[in-house]
Design a protein around this ligand. Sequence first.
Ligand SMILES: [Mg+2]
Length: 266
Amino acid sequence: MIIRANTATQAKHSNSITIKKKSLRCPIQEDIIKAVLFDVDGTILRSHGAGKQSMMEAASQVFSTTGEMETFNFQGKTDPFILYRSLEMEGFSPEEIDLAIPRFKELYFKILEYNLKNLGAELLPGLMDVLNALDMEPSIICGLLTGNFRGGAMRKLDYFGLFNRFSVGVYGDDTWDRNQMPLIASNRIRDDLGEEVLSSDITIIGDTIYDIECGREFGAKTIAVATGWTDADELKSHNPDFFFHDLSDTNAVMNAIKASIDTIHV
Ligand SMILES: [Mg+2]
């Protein structure tokens, strides 16, 4: 079990940024390889409902129903969790859904591309500057940790030409359970990129309490950003290591990504 050291220094805040407690091993350890893993919806971009609408249209064509998707709360949920739970409530068995998944995905990705073109999407404040700053940091691996199917994440990010800016990714195809994603990411960083990164040197950035929860479970550092659909007070009440209203203060975000957390192993 990992318990965070509860020592803290109160950082000086700007008006738009609240930095929660932080205890540093040293100001910045540049030589240590770190990884930062971004959630997609509400963190990198907003797709104006294109994701949900496209999943519903694809489900309607493949399963002749959208199940309970209309009322399902998509926030923080993985695509397979949303799909299976919604359809199981309509009486579909997991095996029936498994058989149709390849067709569903093919259709969903096509519809998503079309809907993104028509509905548009919006890159969230500060994101491009943070990605550009990360490009200048060879010791920081930049990746994705998202409940989107990989093909969905690719289409949403490539609406802005950004998918190839992330050198590693964990997606809804890998697991239904977001809490398993940081471990999968860590293994993928080791296997695909040849780098061993400690859990405490991984930063998870997301817009929901589920992003905070999965990072904390793994002993990673968590940055919550209120550019999604969860309000700031709700996010702060789940004690992320850092909180930002948005990512527009590039220096503050980069310092949060570079900051090291103290951990006690018991
Ligand atoms: Mg999100």
